[in-house]
Design a protein around this ligand. Structure first.
Ligand code: SAM
Length: 206
């Protein structure tokens, strides 16, 4: 079992009731992503949480697989999906680390609010690259704590030690960009801090 499962199972109910921090920025991210989606695409989202973003994007693609380590998160995601009546969205309990699929399987892969929570984000970016078809897009929204959330850099380890937050991987925007470039991605779209995004949001192409 992934070491963070219990933490995220515990968070699931509260997470599903939490509003997005900035609705306008969220809408911009959805619109930017959807400008790359077409109805013949197969999409993978890892760490999908309670499925809100997956539900937004699925009507624009052929099929959408959303995975997460937390079965509690996915229970909520599945009940929300039943309510809206989408039938091309599937959920599966899995970590991105152990997720298996052939290379060049997906037209788009999304990993939102997750790379800074992973032990080895570089390896996960490389995995996303490998799983994407040539010309496919990787959509990533990541807290670059080192330079964009300085307070969290100091408070984070204390909050983690008492179980309030998951373990954070602290890296800068430049380091994230290097990981993406080193994996082979080229940048297509970026939402900047000046446009209201606290997180580093990129759409990159293989
Ligand atoms: C901060 S939440 C983000 C959820 C969603 N992507 C969003 O933007 O609202 C992090 C999610 O990642 C999941 N998670 C954590 N580590 C994971 C991993 N290694 N593989 C897949 N899911 C993971 C957690 O269960 C949780 O649902």
């Amino acid at each position: 079992m992934h070491k963070s499962v219990k933490f995220w199972d515990r968070m699931a109910d509260g997470y599903s009731k939490k509003a997005v921090p900035d609705e306008a920025v969220y809408q911009k991210k959805l619109a930017a992503t959807q400008s790359y989606l077409t109805t013949d695409m197969s999409v993978l989202e890892f760490a999908c949480g309670t499925g809100s973003t997956a539900i937004e994007h699925t009507p624009y693609v052929k099929d959408y697989l959303a995975i997460d380590i937390s079965s509690k998160m996915l229970e909520i995601a599945e009940s929300k999906t039943r309510l809206v009546g989408i039938d091309n969205l599937d959920f599966s309990v899995d970590s991105f680390e152990s997720f298996q699929a052939p290379s060049d399987s997906y037209d788009a892969i999304l990993g939102l609010s997750i790379l800074h929570l992973m032990d080895n984000p570089e390896l996960m970016i490389e995995k996303a690259y490998r799983l994407l078809k040539q010309g496919g897009v990787f959509v990533s929204s990541t807290a670059c704590i080192q330079d964009r959330m300085p307070l969290l850099k100091y408070i984070g380890p204390i909050a983690w030690s008492v179980g309030l937050i998951p373990k954070l991987n602290i890296f800068s925007q430049t380091e994230l960009e290097e990981m993406l470039i080193n994996s082979g991605f080229t940048f297509e779209y970026q939402l900047t801090k000046e446009e209201g995004s606290d997180a580093c949001f990129y759409i990159c192409k293989k």
